[in-house]
Design a protein around this ligand. Structure first.
Ligand SMILES: Cc1cc2nc3c(=O)[nH]c(=O)nc-3n(C[C@H](O)[C@H](O)[C@H](O)COP(=O)(O)OP(=O)(O)OC[C@H]3O[C@@H](n4cnc5c(N)ncnc54)[C@H](O)[C@@H]3O)c2cc1C
Length: 393
């Protein structure tokens, strides 16, 4: 049997792959099984300086993803001796990655794309794991898709269950059990589950805590820190666009079209009256320095180099918004956030190239193992790594 701790991008994939290979699998998930549309109620963000975002429920943080499907860290993984090109292609096929048709790209996104092009920036449509035939284009992906158009990890959990996997929800793993140099199971409070194959996939803010308690070295946290910049554009209706419909890569950041509901309050506080439909915005997401830590508390600040990257990206975002017709006098920015926490149990330091720790039979398969800051959506890469590791378990 195999015990998988956590059911997000990493955990659900490894559970499905192991079940398909004939293992008996037990998935232990801390959060509850939920209706997808309620996902926004399960945010368990951590204010670590930069606000770190995640959801704790069946399916993990994939339940609020924007469906962005970029490959990332392929070269860095090759540098570690891991080639996931075949697994990435398989993940893209399984998730149905595609560009959205023109009718699903709203006027606001088009206006920003055209403005970026006029300014000479290489803007592209974002590939998505969203089924265009099901998409209801209400802009709520990161609150929980009401139309079940976007892939999430519950689909892989359900597939694993069809293949015989057992699932326990509402139980947090509190400790890893070992005997000598071997793993023997996990503890959930007073309850124990025993097995000699255990996969920790509790996300980059929880996995290192579990590893640290048994003396496995952990590594500093990154999060792809992002800034949201918006301003008034009356009647544009951008809040209904599929979020992050377009992006432009820039040296150390990714600049995306982006609406945040918090813009309304921020604009009001700055003395501008704008309803949800009167705002255009952009996100500047940087490859931040891995300067954070996860211990009793979680800390993640902004280094000088991070500040420079954010300022550089913000000047480009500001220029594009202005070109798109937003009055710069109405610009507001939101507190810094990070939606890709990772790197806390890196390949080469906490786990080997099979993603196994120095404890025999104990693996880590989530964003913790990423070898460098992605600066891009990591779900495809996490899924590919989970497939790669499952073959070697
Ligand atoms: C708003 C938002 C939008 C995003 N959009 C995108 C996107 O469009 N594309 C993309 O590629 N990425 C996106 N991301 C990032 C992506 O969702 C995460 O990087 C990815 O889900 C991380 O996978 P994971 O397996 O490491 O952790 P998670 O998916 O967070 O899964 C961890 C799971 O472990 C469970 N858990 C935690 N502790 C325990 C415990 N002690 N015992 C048992 N279970 C436990 C949690 O409840 C959770 O279910 C987005 C993130 C956010 C916040």
């Amino acid at each position: 049997m195999a015990i998988v701790v956590g059911s997000g991008a990493g955990g659900a994939t490894v559970a499905k792959e192991l079940a398909a290979a004939g293992h008996r699998v037990l998935i232990i998930e801390k959060g509850p099984a939920i209706a997808e549309v309620d996902a926004h109620r399960y945010y368990e963000n951590v204010d670590a300086g930069v606000k770190l975002m995640r959801t704790c429920c069946l399916g993990g943080t994939t339940m609020v993803s924007a469906g962005n499907a970029l490959r990332c860290l392929e070269e860095e993984l090759l540098g570690c001796g891991i080639d996931v090109s075949a697994e990435l292609a398989e993940a893209e096929r399984e998730l149905g990655v595609c560009e959205l048709p023109d009718e699903l790209i709203g006027e606001g996104t088009y206006r920003l794309m055209e403005a970026a092009s006029r300014l000479g920036f290489p803007v592209r449509k974002m590939p998505k794991f969203i089924n265009p035939d099901e998409c209801c284009r209400d802009g709520r992906c990161s609150l929980g898709c009401p139309a079940q158009a976007r892939w999430n990890a519950v689909r892989f959990v359900e597939r694993a269950q069809m293949l015989g996997a057992a699932l326990v929800t509402g139980q947090a793993v509190t400790g890893i059990l070992t005997h000598g140099s071997r793993v023997t199971g996990v503890r959930c409070g007073s309850r124990e589950y025993h097995d000699d194959l255990v996969v920790i996939a509790a996300g980059a803010m929880e996995t290192p805590r579990l590893l640290g308690r048994i003396g496995i070295p952990t590594t500093p946290l990154f999060c792809d820190t992002f800034a949201s910049i918006g301003g008034v554009c009356p009647g544009i209706g951008f809040h209904l666009d599929v979020p992050m419909g377009a992006y432009l890569p820039h040296s150390s950041s990714l600049i995306l079209t982006h609406y945040a509901r918090q813009f309304v309050t921020a604009l009001k506080a700055a003395g501008h009256h704008a309803g949800e439909g009167d705002i255009l915005g952009m996100m500047v997401k940087i490859r931040d320095e891995a300067s954070g830590s996860v211990g009793e508390t979680i800390e993640k600040g902004v280094t000088e180099s991070d500040s420079r990257k954010l300022a550089c990206g913000a000047s480009i975002a500001g220029a594009i918004l202005t070109e798109a017709g937003v009055d710069p006098a109405t610009f507001v920015s939101l507190p810094l956030r990070g939606s890709h926490p990772g790197g806390t149990a890196r390949i080469g330091l906490s786990v080997d190239t099979r993603l196994m720790t120095r404890v025999d039979g104990l693996y880590v398969v989530d964003a913790s193992v990423l070898p460098a800051t992605p600066g891009a959506p990591p779900i495809l890469t996490i899924i590919a790594l989970a497939k790669y590791a499952a073959k070697r378990m």
